[in-house]
Ligand binder design. Structure first.
Ligand code: UD1
Ligand code: CA
Length: 451
């Protein structure tokens, strides 16, 4: 049985931020959320998250993750002090405690499984995750005897120049036999450069301690500042893009593209440069997205094309072309083989199949049928200054250029609206509507002054 503890009480001074460090976002999820997700497949008996700095904010952010217990560390006196706070919560517990730093977000579950396996197989008192880093600066260094048993961990700030040359680092991930750690915790001291209670001091005080080197050292990157956050983001993006490239997705100029982990792509999707796919987005086979587009929390059918456009919280069915320079938002639903063209905004609007809105339009809170043609510059005036109202447009109806439909309004099937009309009343099927003043022409007219 394993209980998991996640250290998330620190401020993260080096981030230079008002937001607690562990809540900084990496590819659409917070750092600590990622750490929690990495332990989920281990089915831990309990998940204890140690919170302190702006604890309410951290708790609120994590409430959506069920079965997390919070333990308060009201003053942050170091990682050892943080684990001391667990003592009353784990009284009588005899199993293992897996401790993770809340700022190490790229860990793979396999790595943790391996750590637990080695810990249990060797009946260690403690097993730590370690790595050989080209640049070990900022990490605690791990020192072992000739049998590979860990002797001590020395923090970067406490290292002698000689010790600092050592490049084997502590990843901040530990598996302890809880009963051994619990015995020592009350005796921790803060005799070090930072005057903090270091959890790492425990390794000299418990029984046999082994270090397990991680296969891919990118996994253990700790996020202390924005530079490391940017590095983690690069690593994550590389992982995600490799996955999709090998799954049959074409990425043109991958460095200019970003894809959240939560996105799903089918084979033969083509993503063009400067395109960003975020949130719960799904794109089906044959679609070509970009260049220069942002798709967020949206579902796109097969063979959809999107150029230089923004699509959020929307659905687009197969064969539809969007852009350049279109904006779909607030639950737009577009049918098959439609065309949403230049400078068109759709908000909470549903369009049937083969309907075109090709130029310079705003449709808000509108439901239009199939084979409708929305003329250039058509606007649905959905807002009366207090409330939003609905516009309904029937099948095969055509609105003339620069027409305004003042909602609430229903226009039937096969209706023609003359260019420049301001339509304020419902229109029956098969009608022609002309709602504009007649043109007045006065032949030979000159201004009086000119006579
Ligand atoms: C820590 C390790 C170091 C290791 C590195 C790996 C110690 C003493 N050092 O150093 O050996 O190489 O991680 O990334 O443990 N926290 C609390 N309460 C506190 C202090 C910190 O909850 O009082 C939390 C922080 O929110 C953070 C984690 O513990 O999530 C690590 O703290 P941090 O200050 O970043 O430790 P490092 O200096 O990186
Ligand atoms: Ca750290």
């Amino acid at each position: 049985m394993v209980v998991v503890a996640i250290l998330a009480a620190g401020k993260g001074t080096r981030m230079k931020s008002n937001l607690p460090k562990v809540l900084h976002s990496l590819g659409g999820k917070s750092l600590v959320e990622r750490v929690i997700e990495s332990v989920e497949p281990l089915s831990p008996a309990r998940r204890l998250v140690i919170v302190g700095y702006q604890s309410e904010q951290v708790k609120t952010a994590l409430t959506k993750i069920s079965e997390v217990e919070f333990v308060e560390q009201t003053v942050q006196l170091g990682t050892g002090h943080a684990i001391q706070q667990l003592l009353p919560h784990l009284e009588g517990y005899t199993g293992d405690l897996l401790i993770l730093n809340g700022d190490v977000p790229l860990l793979q579950t396999e790595t943790l499984k391996n750590l637990l396996h080695i810990h249990q197989e060797n009946q260690n008192s403690c097993t730590i995750l370690s790595a050989h880093l080209l640049n070990p600066k900022g990490y605690g260094r791990v020192f072992c005897n000739s049998e590979g048993i860990v002797q001590k961990i020395v923090e970067d700030k406490d290292c002698t120049p000689n010790q600092r040359e050592d490049n084997r680092v502590n990843a901040g991930i530990y598996c302890f036999r809880w009963s051994d750690l619990a015995k020592f915790l009350p005796h921790l001291e803060a005799n070090n450069a930072q005057k903090e209670y270091y959890l790492t001091d425990a390794v000299t005080q418990v029984g046999k301690v082994m270090a397990v080197d991680v296969e891919d050292e990118q996994e253990i990157l700790g996020i202390n500042d924005r530079l490391q956050l940017a590095t983690a983001n690069d690593i994550l993006q590389r992982r995600i893009k490799e996955k999709w490239l090998l799954a049959g997705v074409t990425l043109i100029n991958p460095v200019s593209i970003t894809i959240d982990e939560t996105v799903e792509l089918q084979p033969d999707v083509i993503i063009e440069p400067q395109t960003h796919l975020r949130g719960k987005t799904v794109i089906q086979s044959g679609s070509r997205i970009g260049p220069g587009s942002l798709i967020e929390n949206s579902q796109l059918g097969g063979n959809v094309a999107v150029q230089y456009s923004v699509v959020t919280d929307s659905f687009v069915e197969a064969g539809t072309k969007i852009g350049p320079y279109a904006h779909l938002r607030g639950h737009a639903e577009v049918g098959t083989n439609c065309r949403i063209g230049n400078f068109v905004e759709l908000k909470n609007t549903e369009l049937g199949d083969s309907t075109n809105v090709a130029h310079l339009s705003y449709l808000g809170d509108t439901k239009a049928g199939t084979q409708v043609n929305i003329g250039a510059g058509t606007i649905t005036a959905n807002y009366d200054g207090v409330k939003k109202h609905k516009t309904r447009i029937g099948d095969r109806t055509r609105t003339g250029s620069n027409s305004v439909l003042v909602a609430p309004i229903t226009v039937g099937n096969d209706v023609y609206i003359a260019a420049g009309s301001t339509v304020t009343e419902d229109v029956e099927n098969d009608a022609l509507v002309i709602a504009r003043s007649r043109q007045v022409v006065k032949p030979g007219w000159k201004r009086k002054a000119e006579i």
